[in-house]
Structures are given as structure tokens and as C-alpha cells.
Design a protein around this ligand. Structure first.
Ligand SMILES: C[S@@+](CC[C@H](N)C(=O)[O-])C[C@H]1O[C@@H](n2cnc3c(N)ncnc32)[C@H](O)[C@@H]1O
Length: 440
């Protein structure tokens, strides 16, 4: 395969192309990498760049220089699959590398275009790019490092470049799991000993240990990657073993209510339970694997209403009428206050839960977290309790007990009045849901 790199600075590539596996791939005729200097296509009396039209100080590579370089390069080496680099392109990851390696497997010529200055005239990409790649959401001074990053990742897929093709297939980000931890001699180093199991010689035990380690590491450090895969149910259940236990409490006590005596003011009090919240949050809890759903109210009449509904789903009639509803509400527990909820979780798990509150109010002394902060919370290996309020929200003295406050849920509108059961489902899905992007 011929790879042409069009650049303003060919000298940047000298060490890169003449080192290690990339040099060996060229020496072994697995790939022929040619550097094309864009200045060679520019009339010496002309500038290679030109100011961008309109206000702003940016200079762009002239499109006529680009087209001469691309056309001449193709006339020498044949029609090329043309890859441009821009922070606005397709974000590079292992799956993109794999897909591109398959896409170009039958092509004899690939052209990488490394731009500089403020970038390229918008018409150039439109005219030529078969693919535009970004190596991340940041802006570099030019496309040369992105071209090298891309090339190094791509060449690992070219047969013969890396010794063992299986090792590429097992690498982190090649599938749902990160690579497992590996160890070499010496057995003891800086007080750390290589786990006995990897020295045991028992291949099955080592394979099982590696898989468990890889799963745990992926869940705790790269949950967002893992959940992008369309995992079979046994794989999902295996991963779930490493997610700390989650619980939810719906506060009907210690919530804010309209103060009837002082219009415009709120005061702490108790709200009424609803059948919708009971059933819907129970079903969502079971869907996302929460262990219990606590309904919190100190009022005896409200507890009685909840108990009557729960009892119905445990009667033979209720179970026969809807077995799934019975299963879901079996996780519902009634408690008088937050202390009882915390004590119940501690009794079950042997540790107090980390409490994640939800509030429209911003509270400076409580750490705010986003829907992508699972690893921060899960590193502690403690159970997690989501706290939702009813009426006008959780009372301040209860919010003060939260370890974290979750960012609010917004759409691109100014309407912000979700029902608590809808909010709970959205939070569960964003925090614990499978979010498929890649198909196995
Ligand atoms: C200063 S950047 C231009 C950035 C452009 N004005 C923008 O904001 O999208 C100049 C060139 O560097 C390369 N480049 C910079 N950051 C990159 C990234 N994250 N991924 C890929 N290429 C990048 C591109 O070739 C780009 O045309």
C-alpha cells in the first residue's frame, strides 16, 4: 500500500518514519510511505497561504495549491482514499481505526493531508476529503501530529506490521473491555508482588482472572465505553457485579411546600404519596438494577396507602394479574425518614451509602457531579443512594447531608417542570443505562 503524506513540514517525520515497527514495515515492503512537500506546488513568487475572507486574522492554505498537490500526487501513485485532519472531524478511536483499515484494505493509495495555519478553505474538504479525522476536542497548530497518531494506530491493523494480530484484537478499546493488567519480572518490585494466580501456570484460572480484572477495570474507569456496546445479557450481568449497589429514596417527608400563611414562601413539611410514583419508580428501579426503592414518609395514613397498594401486588390475584409489577414493587420499602433509609442500606451492605441529591437549587458546599462522574463516585466502593424530592424539592437540611449534588436535567427549552418519576428514569438511564453506539 502506498501512503502519501502531504505536509508543509516533511522534516517533522524523519525520526517517526525511521524508527521501530514503522521503519520495519517499510523495510519489509508492507507499506510505502512518501512525504510530499506542499511548498513544491507553490510558485516561489506566490504565498502558499491567503487571508480568510471577512473579519478575523486567520490565514488559510490556498485551495489552488492544495488541488495541484493532490492531483499531481494521484497522477503519480493512482487515485487515493483521501484523509484530512481537523478538530471538527470524526473523533478517532480504536473502532474508527479498525473501520478505516477495512475500508482501505483494497485501496492501493491512501493520502493523508496535514494542514497548518488557521486550517483549510472550506471548499477543499468538500471537494476532496473521503474522511476527516479529529484526534480529540482540542486544537493543535497543524495536522502533522494528528497524521502521525492516525498512521501509527492504522498500521497496527496492516497484516504483518505487529507480530501477533491477536494482541491487536485484544487491546483496550478493540472490544467492550479494556486490556487486563500484565506483569513481568521481577516478581517483587517496590514492595508489590505479581499476583500468584498469573504465575500459577493454570491457563483457565489465569484467563478467568484476567477477564474479571478487565471487566472490573472497565466498569470502574471507563463505564461510558463499556455501555456503548451491545452486550449479551450474560456479559451485562457479569459487568453489573462490579457496579456498586444503588438505591433510591423518594422523600415525601422533609420536603418544601408552599407556605399558605406567607404567599411566595416555602416551608418544610410532608407531601402526599401517589400511586404513579410508587409503581413507575419501582419499575424503573428494577430495569436499571437498583436494589431498593425507599418511600419516605413519617405520616401513618400515607404509609397505610402505600402498604395497601404493595400488599395487593403480593396477593395471589396481584401476582397473577401482573407478575412483573409484583417483582418491581417487591423492592419498595417504607421508611419514616432518611436516617432509617441510611440504616437499612448500612445493615444490608455493611457500609453507609454515598448520597447523591437532586435539586434545582445550587448549594456551594456540596460537590456537584455530572452524569459522567460514575468513576469518581464508584472508586469509593460504597453503596450509592439517589435522593429525589416531591412537592417543591428536598428540604435544605436534607440536601446538606448529600455527598454529591447531581446536575439538573435540561432540554433546549426554558420549561423545567419534569415529574419526579420522569426525572428518576432519566437519571437512572444516564447513570446506569446501556447506551449503544457500537454493535458487536
Ligand atoms: C489551528 S488548526 C485550525 C483549527 C480550526 N480553525 C478550527 O477551529 O476548527 C490548524 C490545523 O491543525 C490540524 N488540527 C488541529 N487540531 C486538530 C485535532 N484535534 N485533530 C485533527 N487535526 C487537528 C488541522 O489540520 C487544522 O486544519
Amino acid at each position: 500500500m502506498n501512503i502519501s503524506i502531504l505536509t508543509l513540514f516533511p522534516e517533522l517525520y524523519a525520526g517517526f518514519l525511521n524508527t521501530s515497527l514503522i521503519k520495519r514495515a517499510q523495510d519489509g515492503a508492507l507499506v510505502d510511505i512518501g512525504l510530499v512537500n506542499l511548498f513544491d506546488f507553490c510558485d516561489p513568487k506566490q504565498r502558499i497561504d491567503s487571508p480568510s475572507f471577512g473579519p478575523g486574522a486567520g490565514m488559510l492554505l490556498r485551495p489552488d495549491v492544495v488541488s495541484t498537490a493532490v492531483e499531481e500526487c494521484q497522477s503519480l501513485k493512482g487515485p487515493a482514499f483521501k484523509i484530512f485532519f481537523s478538530p471538527q472531524g470524526v473523533k478517532l478511536d480504536q473502532q474508527v481505526l479498525k473501520r478505516v483499515s477495512e475500508q482501505i484494505a483494497q485501496k492501493s493509495h491512501v493520502l493523508l493531508f496535514a494542514s497548518r495555519y488557521e486550517g483549510l478553505d472550506a471548499r477543499v474538504e468538500h471537494e476532496y476529503a473521503d474522511l476527516t479525522i479529529s484526534i480529540g476536542d482540542y486544537v493543535l497548530m497543524g495536522g502533522d501530529l494528528p497524521a502521525m497518531v492516525f498512521l501509527e494506530g492504522l498500521l497496527r491493523y496492516l497484516p504483518g506490521v505487529v507480530g501477533k494480530a491477536e494482541s491487536v484484537a485484544a487491546d483496550s478499546f478493540s472490544g467492550p473491555l479494556l486490556d487486563y493488567p500484565e506483569y513481568a519480572h521481577p516478581v517483587e518490585w517496590h514492595g508489590q508482588v505479581v499476583p500468584e494466580i498469573v504465575r500459577s501456570g493454570n491457563h483457565q484460572a489465569i484467563a478467568d482472572w484476567r477477564r474479571a480484572q478487565a471487566t472490573e477495570k472497565t466498569v470502574l474507569k471507563h463505564f461510558d465505553w463499556l455501555r456503548q456496546w451491545d452486550l449479551a445479557i450474560p456479559q451485562r450481568l457479569e459487568a453489573a457485579k462490579y457496579i456498586p449497589p444503588h438505591y433510591v429514596a423518594l422523600m415525601h417527608g422533609d420536603v418544601l411546600l408552599k407556605d399558605q400563611q406567607n404567599p411566595g414562601q416555602v416551608k418544610a413539611g410532608n407531601s402526599s404519596v401517589t400511586s404513579f410514583d410508587l409503581h413507575d419508580i419501582a419499575r424503573s428501579s428494577l430495569t436499571y438494577g437498583l436494589k431498593n426503592y425507599f418511600i419516605v414518609t413519617p405520616l401513618q395514613d400515607q404509609q397505610q396507602i402505600v402498604q395497601t397498594l404493595l400488599d395487593f401486588w403480593h396477593t395471589p390475584v396481584g401476582i397473577t394479574y401482573n407478575r412483573h409489577r409484583h417483582e418491581a414493587v417487591a423492592r419498595v420499602k417504607l421508611q419514616n425518614d432518611l436516617d432509617e433509609v441510611v440504616a437499612a442500606i448500612e445493615a444490608q451492605e455493611g457500609a453507609k451509602p454515598l448520597i447523591i441529591g437532586t435539586s434545582a437549587r445550587s448549594v456551594d458546599h456540596i460537590q456537584k457531579i455530572s452524569f459522567y462522574d460514575q468513576s469518581t463516585v464508584w472508586q469509593s466502593q460504597r453503596p450509592v443512594l439517589f435522593l429525589f424530592g416531591t412537592a417543591k424539592g428536598i428540604a435544605p437540611h436534607i440536601i446538606d447531608r448529600c455527598d454529591y449534588l447531581l446536575e439538573p436535567i435540561y432540554g433546549f427549552t426554558d420549561f423545567n417542570h419534569l415529574s419526579v418519576r420522569a426525572a428518576a428514569s432519566i437519571v437512572f438511564d444516564r447513570w446506569l443505562g446501556v447506551n449503544i453506539r457500537y454493535r458487536n
